[in-house]
Design a protein around this ligand. Structure first.
Ligand code: SF4
Length: 433
């Protein structure tokens, strides 16, 4: 049974059912599964010169419209496909869909023109969709390659229909998957892919294989700046397409959003809703940091971060991975504290024995960390490191300091600021790094 949904002319439904796949998405699928996933699942699109050139070609063709020309939107729920056929012509009583391509045709061994694999799937899908949606018999589709002015005929037979059905099934499978497919093995496809700046295929290959020699596919880095708003009481607002930063003393600085990639608000600085909307529109992330330097949260409108989050949550539900990350964190912190003590002893005339001993013992504890197999024992080692570090800190201070400047003990968050001298604030800050 057919379930046609036909609409001639310009009245193309906005987005009908998500159960049907666009024919152009099948073209992307045949080109590279990762490209399909980026466009169809993550809804990431870019428009490079090739995309604009393709659109110009179609606009030109529409101007040259003849009586055979008809743009047609079709959908078949039974087949699971929808699409807009570029052109339909009738030849010897046969309805034939046409597809126009800007580039050159592929060539077989005998240099005869033929359709590229992705173009072949696309025209077969249009022909099959016509059959299913209109209940007519379609025997072939045709592709005109404008760069070498070649017309390629593609026959719709049982094998072609099977190919389309398999591609639709694969599309549905990928659409339901939370994982991006790997980058294609055919690197030449990436050099012509409009989504390369988002997909980062060379970086992905390098991450997979450290011996990989990356090819630079695109020149542009994100060289936008990160703005830190440090003063409490500063407010960030919107002024046209600019961010207006006003300090408590009413002095104002205006920054064009094109120059900004990230905005970091420290302490009790404010941002208006209008400025947040502007940041979303310009792909600017906003991060909030507490007055004590603790990360509070982020407002990140950038595309692509959903997939990253899915992987992060999945990874953080693995106890082994969590333990591994925690080990690395404790090692980094312990090494940093030990380094701080080692640097501190440089200026001392005589190195206190206890300081030297603490540095050595910290090294012993650090070596035990990779062998820990539970979070509980790791917490114990972290505690040992902290005790050694804070026990050694007073030896970095001169013995001649007045008593109120001596280091006696740590106090928990929030620290007792009222009685805390400024140097201790600095120490407190270091201890939390
Ligand atoms: S850059 Fe390469 S791997 Fe990435 S989507 Fe494009 S063709 Fe596929």
């Amino acid at each position: 049974m057919y379930a046609p949904n036909i609409d001639f002319g310009e009245n193309i439904p906005s987005d009908t059912t998500k159960d049907t796949i666009r024919v152009s998405a099948l073209h992307a699928l045949a080109y590279c599964e990762r490209l399909f996933y980026l466009e169809e699942v993550e809804e990431l699109y870019t428009q490079d010169a090739a995309v604009f050139a393709g659109r110009r070609l179609h606009a030109e063709l529409e101007k040259q419209e003849d009586e055979d020309w008809d743009e047609l939107f079709l959908e078949s729920a039974e087949l699971g496909l929808r699409g807009k056929v570029d052109a339909l012509r009738t030849r010897n009583g046969q309805t034939i869909p046409y597809e126009h391509k800007r580039g050159k045709a592929a060539r077989d061994k005998n240099k005869q023109p033929q359709a590229w694999e992705s173009d072949r799937l696309q025209i077969l899908a249009y022909a099959y969709l016509l059959e299913m949606a209109l209940g007519i018999s379609v025997q072939e589709g045709r592709i005109r390659y404008h760069a070498d002015n070649v017309l390629v005929h593609v026959t719709l037979d049982e094998e072609g229909r099977k190919l389309v059905r398999e591609a639709i099934a694969r599309s549905k499978y990928l659409r339901a998957s939370p994982c991006r497919p790997p980058v294609t093995d055919n690197e030449r496809l990436c050099t012509r892919c409009s989504l390369a700046p988002i997909c980062l295929p060379e970086e992905a290959r390098l991450a997979h294989d450290r011996e990989w020699q990356p090819v630079r596919l695109f020149p542009k880095d994100d060289d936008r700046e990160t703005i830190h708003v440090l003063e409490a009481g500063t407010s960030v607002g919107k002024k046209g397409e600019q961010l207006k930063i006003m300090k408590r003393d009413r002095s104002v600085e205006v920054v064009p959003t094109q120059q900004v990639g990230q905005l970091v608000l420290h302490s009790f600085s404010q941002i208006s809703t209008q400025a947040l909307h502007l940041c979303v529109g310009q792909d600017i992330s906003v991060h909030f940091i507490s007055g004590g330097g603790r990360y509070v949260g982020s407002f990140d409108p950038r595309g692509g971060s959903i997939q990253r989050r899915i992987h992060q949550y999945a990874a953080l539900s693995s106890p082994d991975l969590c333990l591994n990350l925690a080990r690395k964190l404790v090692i980094c912190r312990g090494k940093g504290q030990r380094k701080f003590l080692m640097r501190g002893q440089r200026g001392l005339e005589q190195i206190p024995e206890n300081l030297e001993k603490a540095i050595q013992q910290m090294q012993v504890v650090l070596k035990q960390i990779p062998r820990t197999n539970s979070l509980a024992s790791l917490l114990g080692l972290e505690g040992n490191l902290a005790a050694l570090y804070f026990g050694a800190l007073p030896y970095l201070l001169s013995a001649n300091l007045p008593i109120e400047m001596q280091f006696s003990d740590r106090n928990r968050r929030p620290p007792r600021i009222a009685s805390m001298p400024s140097w201790a604030l600095v120490m407190h800050f270091y201890s939390r790094m």
